[in-house]
Design a protein around this ligand. Structure first.
Ligand SMILES: [Zn+2]
Length: 229
C-alpha cells in the first residue's frame, strides 16, 4: 500500500475550508510539525491511520509509489496555474519536484516546457521527462526564453528552487500578466524585484504540499497519464 502522509485534524477552519495542507494541528509521518513529531517510515513497520491507506494495484510498483508524495507537490502547484493547455511554461530546478512539475505540465497540455537548471545532467533528465527545451542557468535565460516566445515571455514559471536568482529571473522571464508558481523555499528570506512583479501584473502563487493530490497523483500513474518509472 501507499500512505497519505499528511495527518490533518479535519476539524479546524483550514481543514473545513479544504486547506488540509496548512492545518496547524497536522502531523506528518516522519516529520516534526507544530503539533508534534510522528515516527518515520524508514522502518519495517509504521503505524498509520486506516483512512490514509492507498491500496496499490499490481501495475504500480513500490518504487513508483515512493514518488507519489513529491509528485503530489508538483501536481498541486501545476493545478494552481489553471488551464495551461497550449501555454509556454518554464520550470526552475530539475530535481524531483521540478522534474515531476515538467511531467504534470506535459500531462496538462503545455506547449513549450522549458527546464532551467545549472546542472547539465539534470537538464538531460528534464528532457527525458518531457521538457521541450533545456537552458543552463549560466546562459542568457531571459534572452533565450524571449526569443522562444516571440518576445512575449512565459505564461507560467514554476520555481522548484526558491532562491533569489530563480525568483527574480522568474519575474523577468514571465510574460506580462503571467503566473509565478512559488514552490521551492531554499531561501526562507530574500529580496525580490517586487516592483517589476507589480508593474507586470504577475500572479505570485505559492503552493504548499498537497491536499487531495497524493491520491490524484497515484491515480494519474495508474491511468498511465504520467510515467514516473
Ligand atoms: Zn485541521
Amino acid at each position: 500500500v501507499g500512505v497519505v502522509t499528511n495527518l490533518y485534524c479535519g476539524t479546524c477552519q483550514d481543514c473545513k475550508d479544504g486547506l488540509q495542507n496548512v492545518c496547524d494541528n497536522r502531523y506528518i509521518i516522519g516529520t516534526t510539525m507544530k503539533a508534534g513529531s510522528y515516527n518515520g517510515a524508514m522502518a519495517d513497520y509504521v503505524i498509520a491511520p486506516a483512512v490514509k491507506i492507498m491500496p496499490l494495484p499490481d501495475s504500480v510498483s513500490f518504487d513508483e509509489c515512493a514518488l507519489v508524495e513529491p509528485l503530489s507537490i508538483s501536481l498541486r502547484a501545476t493545478k494552481h496555474a489553471g488551464d495551461i493547455k497550449g501555454k509556454n511554461v518554464a520550470v526552475f530546478g530539475a530535481g524531483p519536484i521540478g522534474l515531476m512539475g515538467v511531467m504534470c505540465m506535459k500531462s496538462f497540455g503545455a506547449k513549450r516546457i522549458v527546464a532551467i537548471d545549472i546542472v547539465e545532467k539534470r537538464l538531460k533528465m528534464a528532457l527525458q521527462c518531457g521538457a521541450t527545451d533545456a537552458i543552463n542557468s549560466n546562459d542568457d535565460v531571459l534572452g533565450i526564453t524571449r526569443k522562444m516566445t516571440d518576445g512575449v515571455g512565459l505564461d507560467v514559471v514554476f520555481d522548484a528552487a526558491g532562491v533569489p536568482a530563480t525568483v527574480n529571473t522568474g519575474i523577468e522571464i514571465a510574460r506580462n500578466g503571467g503566473t509565478l508558481l512559488l514552490v521551492g523555499m531554499a531561501s526562507p528570506k530574500m529580496e525580490i524585484e517586487y516592483k517589476h512583479a507589480v508593474v507586470k501584473e504577475l500572479r505570485l502563487q505559492s503552493s504548499y504540499i498537497y491536499t487531495s493530490e497524493m491520491r490524484e497523483g497515484l491515480q494519474m500513474i495508474i491511468d498511465g497519464k504520467l510515467d514516473v518509472a
